[in-house]
Design a protein around this ligand. Structure first.
Ligand SMILES: CC(C)(COP(=O)(O)OP(=O)(O)OC[C@H]1O[C@@H](n2cnc3c(N)ncnc32)[C@H](O)[C@@H]1OP(=O)(O)O)[C@@H](O)C(=O)NCCC(=O)NCCSC(=O)CC(=O)O
Length: 461
C-alpha cells in the first residue's frame, strides 16, 4: 500500500484532475528546462518529513529554504556550471560462468553436492534470476588453493584481502583506462579521484594503487567511499558532483569495483542469504570522468570533451527503521552480507513517495514515464517492484534488466554499467531527464536526476 507523502503545495507533483500523471506539454518542457538550469531544493526537509524521521541530504546547485526563495532562485540563475559525465569505462574479469551451469559448478567446487535440497532451491533461484551469465575474478583454481574459503570454521579474511589488494585496483584500472581513452585527455589531467568499494579494505586504499597504475599526478585529491554496498557507485557520483561543481576546472575520476571473492563461501542451511548472494552477484569495475559544464553545453575550457549526462541534482535518503534490511560486516570468514527479503516489498510500498520528494523541486514528480531510468539491478524482484510502484511502461527499465542479464548484480558498480548501456541506446534520450536510483545498506536510497546531453544521442548513432 502506498503511503502518501504530505508535501507543501509548492513542491507537489503535477497531476491531472483525475489524479493520474499527465503527459508533459511543450510549455511543461520549457518550464522544466528553466527549473533544471537553476535546480533548487529546501535546505531542510519539510515538517511532515521530519516528523516521519526521513533523513535526507541534498547536493544541488542552489539551495533555497522557502517557496519564496525557491522562486527567487529559479528567476535568478546563480549557477553557470553543473557536473557532467564526460566518459564512461567498464571492465569485468575473464572468468565468465553461464548461469545455467553455475549451480552444478558451485556445489561441486564447494564440495556440497550432498545438500540436495539447497541445491534444488538455488537452481530455482538462478532460473528465476533473469541472469544469463556472470563474471568472476576467482576460478576453480582459486578455491582449490584456498580451502578456507569454503570452510566457515577456518579464518579466511586475510587470504581474501590479499587477493583483493591487487585485483581491485587492477580491474578498476582496466575500466578507468577505457574511460580516460574516451575522454581524450591525458591521465595527468585528472585532478580528483573518488573510489568506491566494499571489497578491498586496505590502508592506504585501492585509490592509491589505482592512481599509481594510471600514472595520475601525485597531487591528485583522493577520497575513498567504503562499504556503501550496492549504493557505492551512486554515493561516489554524488560526492564527485560536489567536487566538480565547486573546484574550478576539476576533472574527477569516479571509480568503483566489487569482487565477490570477498564473500564466496559454501551453502549452509542456517544461512539462507548465502544462496541469494551466490546466485545473483558478479564482479565488475566501472569508471566515469566528471567535469563541470556550462548548463546545457560543453565544458568551458575544452573543445575535446563532450558531456553525456548532466548531473542535475543528487540526494540520499535513509528509510526509517530499516537498518537491518541490508546489513553486513567484515568477519573472520570475509564479508557477511544479508539482503533482507523485505527489500522488494519496501521498495514497492515506499519508492514513489521518496522519488516524489527527491525530484519535487524540478517539477518532475508523477510523470515517471516521461523520464529515462537507471535503476540498480539488484535482482528481478527489485526491478519488478520499482516498475510496479511507478507504473512504468514495459521497456523503461530495459537498460537495468540488460545489465542484470549480462553481468548479474555487481553491487555499486552496476549503475555505471546501466549508464553506459543507456548512452549506447538509440532513442529519444537527447535533452531528456532521467533518474538514477542507487539502493544500499541502511536501507539507503540514492537518487540522482540526470539530463542526457545531445551528445548522448549522437554517440549512440
Ligand atoms: C532472489 C530472487 C531472484 C528469487 O526469486 P524467486 O522467483 O525464485 O522466488 P522468491 O522471491 O520466493 O525466493 C525464492 C526463495 O529465496 C528466498 N529468499 C528470497 N530473498 C531472500 C533473501 N534476501 N534472503 C534470504 N532468502 C531469500 C525466499 O524466501 C524463497 O525461499 P523458500 O523457497 O525457502 O520459500 C528474488 O526474490 C529477488 O530478485 N530478490 C531480490 C534480491 C535482492 O534483495 N537483491 C538486492 C541485493 S542487495 C543490493 O543489491 C543492494 C545493497 O543493499 O547493498
Amino acid at each position: 500500500m502506498h503511503q502518501t507523502c504530505v508535501l507543501p503545495a509548492w513542491c507537489s507533483p503535477s497531476s491531472s484532475p483525475s489524479g493520474r500523471p499527465r503527459a508533459a506539454s511543450h510549455s511543461d518542457k520549457k518550464r522544466l528546462d528553466a527549473m533544471a538550469a537553476t535546480a533548487a531544493i529546501p535546505a531542510r526537509p519539510c515538517i511532515a518529513l521530519r516528523r516521519r524521521r526521513i533523513y535526507r541530504t541534498h547536493c544541488l546547485a542552489t539551495m533555497a529554504s522557502s517557496p519564496q526563495s525557491l522562486s527567487t532562485a529559479i528567476n535568478k540563475p546563480q549557477q553557470a556550471q553543473r557536473a557532467a559525465v564526460l566518459a564512461i569505462g567498464t571492465a569485468n574479469p575473464a572468468n565468465c560462468v553461464p548461469q545455467d551451469e553455475y549451480v552444478d559448478w558451485y556445489f561441486r567446487v564447494t564440495k556440497s553436492d550432498h545438500l540436495t535440497k539447497l541445491k534444488a532451491k538455488m537452481k530455482r533461484i538462478c532460473y528465476n534470476s533473469g541472469i544469463k551469465q556472470r563474471y568472476f575474478y576467482h576460478t576453480e583454481d582459486t578455491i582449490r588453493d584456498h580451502p578456507e574459503f569454503i570452510d566457515s570454521a577456518l579464518p579466511s579474511l586475510g587470504a581474501r584481502q590479499a587477493i583483493l589488494a591487487s585485483a581491485v585496483p587492477e580491474l578498476t584500472a582496466a575500466a578507468a583506462t577505457r574511460a580516460i581513452a574516451e575522454w581524450g585527455r591525458p591521465a595527468g589531467d585528472v585532478t580528483h579521484l573518488v573510489f568506491a568499494t566494499s571489497s578491498d579494505a586496505h590502508m592506504p586504499g585501492a585509490d592509491l594503487r589505482l592512481a599509481s597504475l594510471l600514472g595520475l599526478r601525485s597531487s591528485v585529491q583522493r577520497t575513498m567511499v567504503y562499504f556503501h554496498g550496492c549504493s557505492s557507485g551512486s554515493a561516489a557520483l554524488r560526492v564527485a558532483k560536489d567536487i566538480a561543481e565547486n573546484n574550478r576546472s576539476a576533472r574527477v575520476l569516479v571509480a568503483c569495483a566489487e569482487l565477490t571473492v570477498n564473500f564466496f563461501r559454501e551453502a549452509h542451511e542456517d544461512r539462507p542469504e548465502t544462496l541469494i548472494m551466490q546466485s545473483l552477484f558478479g564482479d565488475g569495475a566501472g569508471a566515469i570522468i566528471l567535469g563541470a559544464v556550462a548548463t546545457g553545453g560543453r565544458p568551458a575550457d575544452s573543445v575535446v570533451e563532450r558531456p553525456l549526462f548532466e548531473l542535475v541534482s543528487a540526494s540520499q535518503t535513509l528509510i526509517p527503521d530499516t537498518e537491518d534490511a541490508a546489513a553486513g560486516q567484515l568477519a573472520d570468514g570475509g564479508l557477511v552480507f544479508r539482503p533482507s527479503p523485505r527489500m522488494p516489498g519496501l521498495l514497492r510500498q515506499l519508492i514513489e513517495q521518496y522519488l516524489v520528494e527527491a525530484v519535487a523541486p524540478l517539477g518532475l514528480g508523477g510523470r515517471w514515464n516521461d523520464l529515462f531510468w537507471a535503476v540498480h539491478p539488484g535482482g528481478p524482484a527489485i526491478l519488478d517492484s520499482v516498475e510496479a510502484a511507478l507504473a512504468l511502461a514495459p521497456g523503461k527499465l530495459a537498460a537495468s534488466r540488460r545489465v542484470l542479464r549480462e553481468y548479474g548484480n555487481m553491487s555499486g558498480v552496476s549503475v555505471i554499467f546501466v549508464l553506459d548501456e543507456l548512452r549506447r541506446r538509440r532513442g529519444e534520450l537527447a535533452g531528456g531527464f532521467g533518474v538514477m536510483l542507487g539502493l544500499g545498506p541502511g536501507f539507503t536510497i540514492e537518487t540522482m536526476v540526470l539530463r542526457a546531453a545531445s551528445g548522448a544521442k549522437r554517440k549512440a548513432l
